[in-house]
Design a protein around this ligand. Sequence first.
Ligand code: 6V0
Length: 316
Amino acid sequence: MDKMNIRKAAMIGCGFVGASSAFALMQSGIFSEMVMIDADHAKAEGEAMDLSHGLPFARPVKIYDGDYDDIVDAGIIIITAGANQKPDETRLDLIHKNVEIYKQIIPEIAKRGCEGILLIVSNPVDILTYTALKLSGFPEHRVIGSGTVLDTARLKYLIGEHLGVDNRSVHAFIIGEHGDSELAAWSNANISGVRLSDFCEMRGHFMHEESENRIYEKVRNSAYEIIERKHATYYGIAMAVKRICECIIRNEQSILPVSSMMHGIYGMKDIVISMPAIVGKDGVENVIPISLDEEEKMQLKRSADILTGMKEMIKK
Ligand code: 6V0
């Protein structure tokens, strides 16, 4: 194999999410090379051309359309290929279509002996990350799903708006399935170390349960709300993809709620689901067993059970 180039990204799938993620990555300056691949070759070519025309205003990065031979030395292979949700479809409704697409894509990557990290973005992301892990035979730490990184960003944004505080000072996680059974880990949420309920009261909010339920519902329904209006969601996820790539390329060892393989935390085994994890140059270093109250543990178990059921379904 050619020596791996950690500063090279491969984007497989150049639809709304792939193109927007490439645009965010291009502006971040973290990669020096980016290859765009899509079943629709003209689309990949068009996106590479369009992105390249912005380069005089950005930091140097070589962007081109290619095929699977071009990804062999990529440090990160991002997969956004696949059908997206239509109005009234859940993420889990996409399962069969997208597992079939992954059965075409992953063997192409595996047979070339790529040593980079696989970052799965297509939905349902937890099931597809599990599929990618099994089909690729890659070590677990090298196969990551974007998981609830986007949902957690939505949560932080909404809490920040509610409390009139910078969303980057909000420490809170959405965990579980990236989908309808996800949960907000309210019991350990804080604003720069101040308990969430105390901070709320400082800002004149006293109806904690009501506010938490309203914000959680908004997060969980965000994708549906956006899809109803503009038929797809892509800028938020593009920024989440950029953030995950930054952590890997710069070996930041930041804690992000990516989805990865579980080995017993809160009783979860042999499923891929989102829990906060340390992300660095090797991918997922450690999953962090954040403290949860009894209700949250039950919700997490319910989410894990749903994913286990889906996993059994794809085996058939
Ligand atoms: P889109 O705009 O339809 O793009 C999908 C692209 O995949 C198209 O350009 C297709 O040509 C391409 N494609 C299909 N099959 C293959 C194949 N075998 N090989 C290569 N390319 C192929 O969809 P969009 O970009 O909106 O969404 C892509 C995926 O991201 C969907 O599954 C979404 O549900 C998912 N999202 C995931 C999010 C997350 O948080 N993880 C957020 C938003 C969307």
